[in-house]
Design a protein around this ligand. Structure first.
Ligand code: ADP
Ligand code: ASP
Ligand code: MG
Length: 814
């Protein structure tokens, strides 16, 4: 014999019920087969809403009841041939009249007791099961309808009654044994107490009905037919790539459902487990899918984690106080008080100092818990030995479940590291003594991010989603978007990384798309975006609360650099092409680095020095591996190198500078390059990264620019440079006459930094430095005489974008 249960969405309308009939036709062989059905999808909720409206004096309940009636009548008319309809329609009418009568009574009294509520919701399953029974008959599936209330006996805990298994099992066995081999159809969810009042088994309880009958009858199998292809690695409404779990042990299924995997109602597993009846979760809409088998045997192979689930509406209650230390019985009294008030404890943690006990309960029980616990400890509270019960709200539990966890150390470390990296604060932790689950209490607003983070960490070896927010879409930004678009496939295939550009902005407009902006048409989309406001942009990043969020700043703007600290404090990594922050006062640079460390994220700015060249990365690698930087000599200005490589007095110096700007090598304001300021910033950043506490005004700058050129606007700058042509000619001639080249060199030696134009002779490393190239020589303990050299193009949109890209990958790969 088999028991099959079909849930609300499986029987939501005539079309779906027809699918159910086909499934049964295929699996039903002349054996005893028991079908349990839920109410039509949404009807239980609608009945509760109507009754609640009636109780609060809202006459709209009548309208709502009419809709319920219409839905059932429509299903009957669509499912049954006209000739068979009248008896079923009058049954529907009769029941709907009864519901209305009861609701009228509720309306008059202004009161809805749990007992009346159960009576009302029971009509959902009574209606669906009788309609489906009639429909099956008309489709040639002869069957016997039986009212489950006559078989399942419970206590009077209306709303979620406790089953009396002795009485219930007897009734089930007696009934089915006498009834012979056939197809049976029963309503799920409903039961009755000793006085024959209708009770219910709790929301989602039809699964339980099926399991109770399957266990009593020693069924060969219990099938749960629903709208998903089995138990998934996480709630498909929360994560985008859940994986179907082929096999689960009873224990795992129980833990997952207890911690919120709605596909199985938590009490369901117990009765079938005690009889070792296999459970098969199947998809009504994709019956060929394998589904999930729940079985007695523990599966040894596979990952440590089988699934992840979550429950919302949790509060933590804590009992604390010096009077608790060393005195036995406190926890016993706490749990007794909760138990007497029928408050279910979901999670317990006790601090090792025994100063406090913290318990997770449903939010619905919060008020009651406060009353009963404060009453139970009234004496200690009045004597200030114990504090009044402390309550924290708006919490949720996320749980990792897997039988193999105990043989895989490090699961919790991995879990907490992943959550920490994403700024998910953990309020409490509990690990079941079976080591089959680890659960963490977190803020409800973080649940989606936490579940997705954990899902990626433990299941998505194929895809890690990185969410980018990019500000500044000029030369470099545009190139970056192009590179991201081109590399997308490679990143997915080789780094298992799915890069989503969720937000983009220039100085005028900003645009967001949680699924990722389509990079082929970002320009047009951005034009139609919202007006840009950097504070709104950052607030949106924070509010979206997406995992692996990275903020990318490709501006040269002071105000944008001010935003970093707020983002880092939310564990959002910052990749800055913008040099403002790293070259601001030392205290600010340092505090940003420390925030990144404290909040488990990263603050990277490789392109601040040498554009795409791995300069900062190399320096950091040297330091991390134990080397010491003794001296740095570098040509760090692509612009100045370009200018001095292309100037020989034939063309105006000012024209060569203009060419550098037109080719995109200079800062937006070229005076920053020509004055040597940009090079000062760079050598300062390198010195700081090497551990030196250096400020701009401590760097010596032997500027070659006449004072007159540095006043007024950029236009004035070009004009006055043209006027000073003789000065530049002289500088060039002095070097050329001596057979030397001109290079603007930065050095850091013995804690001192300086920048200035130097004559370079042909034997020097810097002599053969062409175009816009940069070069950095690191003299270290390991490279004392022959320095470690990093050399290559040090300016240009394409290479700078690739440096930003590399930082993004570095952040994401962590
Ligand atoms: P039914 O009406 O068939 O009883 P439910 O709505 O009670 O169906 O349960 C199925 C739903 O459970 C799925 O549609 C899915 O949204 C939700 N769900 C939550 N967690 C999980 C999970 N881990 N695996 C599968 N489904 C889950
Ligand atoms: N119809 C009931 C509910 O919605 C029982 C069930 O569907 O399992 O809770
Ligand atoms: Mg269900």
């Amino acid at each position: 014999m088999k028991v099959l249960k079909f849930g609300g969405s499986s029987v939501a309308n005539a079309e779906n019920i027809t699918k159910v009939a086909e499934i049964i036709r295929e699996s039903y062989f002349d054996d005893q087969t028991i079908i349990v059905v839920s109410a039509l999808g949404g009807i239980t909720d609608a009945l509760i809403t109507s009754a609640t409206m009636a109780a609060t004096g809202d006459e709209a309940y009548k309208q709502s009841l009419q809709e319920i009636e219409k839905k059932h009548i429509d299903v009957v008319k669509e499912l049954l041939p006209v000739t068979n309809q009248s008896a079923v329609l009058s049954m529907v009418k009769k029941m709907c009249n009864e519901i209305e009568d009861i609701c009228n009574g509720i309306f008059l009294l202004g009161e809805l007791s749990p007992r009346t509520k159960d009576r009302i919701v029971a009509y959902g399953e009574l209606l669906s099961s009788q309609i489906i029974s009639a429909a099956f008959k008309s489709k040639g599936l002869e069957n016997e309808w039986k009212d489950s209330r006559e078989l399942i006996v419970t206590d009077s805990g209306f709303g979620k009654a406790i089953v009396d298994f002795n009485l219930t099992n007897n009734k089930i066995v007696n009934y089915f044994s006498a009834a012979g081999k056939k197809l049976f159809l029963l309503p799920g969810f409903i039961s009755s107490n000793a006085e024959r009042h209708t009770t219910t088994l709790g929301r989602g309880g039809s699964d339980y009905t099926g399991a109770i009958i399957a266990a009593a009858m020693d069924a060969e199998i219990f099938e749960i037919w629903t709208d998903v292809s089995g138990m998934m690695t996480a709630d498909p409404r929360l994560v985008s790539n859940p994986k179907q779990i082929p096999v689960l042990s009873y224990q795992e299924a129980m833990e997952l459902s207890h911690f919120g995997a709605k596909v199985i109602y938590p009490p369901t597993i117990q009765p079938v487990m005690s009889k070792r009846i296999p459970v098969w979760i199947k998809n009504t809409f994709l019956p060929a899918d394998a589904g999930t088998h729940v079985q007695h045997e523990v599966l040894k192979e596979g990952s440590a984690i089988r699934g992840i689930s979550s429950i919302n509406n949790i509060v933590l209650i804590s009992l604390e106080g010096s009077g608790m230390v060393g005195i036995p019985g406190f926890s016993k009294r706490l749990f007794e008080a909760l138990a007497q008030a029928s408050i279910n404890v979901i999670l317990i943690t006790q601090s090792s100092s025994e100063h406090s006990i913290t318990v997770g309960i449903e939010e619905a029980n919060m008020q009651k818990a406060k009353e009963v616990v404060d009453a139970a400890f009234e004496y200690e509270i009045s004597g200030s030995k114990v504090e009044p019960l402390r309550i924290e709200k708006n919490l949720s539990i996320v749980a990792l479940v897997g039988d193999n966890m105990r043989s895989h150390p490090g699961v919790s470390g991995k879990m907490f590291h992943a959550l920490g990296r994403n700024g998910v604060n953990i309020r409490a932790i509990a690990q079941g003594s079976s080591e089959r689950n680890i659960s963490a209490v977190i803020a409800t607003e973080d649940v989606r991010k936490a579940i997705n983070t954990l899902h990626e960490e433990f299941f998505e070896t194929t895809n890690k989603q990185v969410n980018l927010f990019i500000i500044g879409l000029g030369n470099v930004g545009g190139k970056l978007l192009l590179q991201l678009q081109k590399q997308n496939k490679y990143l997915q295939e080789n780094l298992r990384m799915q890069v989503n550009v969720v937000g983009i902005a220039n100085s005028k407009k900003m645009l967001f798309n949680d699924e990722g902006v389509d990079l082929r048409s970002w320009k047009e989309q951005l034009e139609n975006g919202e007006p840009m406001d950097p504070h709104v942009f950052t607030d949106k990043i924070i509010a979206k609360n997406l995992r692996n969020s990275v903020f990318v700043d490709i501006t040269a703007n002071d105000d944008i650099a001010q935003l970093y600290s707020k983002l880092l404090q939310k564990s959002i990594s910052v990749v800055a092409c913008n040099k403002v922050a790293a070259s601001s006062e030392y205290a600010n640079y340092k505090s940003l680095k420390e925030l990144a460390k404290e909040f488990n994220c990263q603050f990277l700015f490789e392109t601040n020095v040498g554009a795409g060249l791995p300069v900062i990365g190399t320096l950091n690698d040297l330091l991390r591996s134990g080397d010491k930087i003794n001296k740095i000599e570098a040509v760090l200005s692509g612009t100045l190198n370009f200018v001095f490589n292309n100037y020989n007095g034939d063309r105006l110096f000012a024209d060569v500078v203009k060419q550098a700007q037109d080719e995109g090598y200079t800062e937006p304001d070229p005076r920053l390059d020509l004055s040597g300021k940009d090079v000062m910033r760079k050598i300062m950043i390198l010195a700081r990264e090497a551990g030196e506490k250096l400020e701009m005004d401590e760097i010596e700058n032997r500027s070659f620019m006449p004072e007159s050129c540095m006043k007024g606007s950029v236009d004035d700058f070009y004009k006055s440079m043209a006027k000073e042509e003789q000065h530049f000619k002289q500088i060039y001639a002095n070097a050329a006459d001596a057979g030397m080249k001109l290079k603007f060199v930065a050095s850091f030696n013995n804690g001192k930094a300086s920048v200035g134009l130097q004559h370079i002779d042909p034997k020097h490393d810097f002599y053969h430095l062409y175009g816009k190239d940069n070069v950095v020589l690191f003299y270290t303990d390991r490279y004392p005489e022959q320095p470690l050299v990093v050399k290559g193009a040090g300016a240009g949109a394409e290479v700078t974008a690739s440096g930003v890209f590399a930082d993004i990958i570095r952040v994401a790969g962590n």
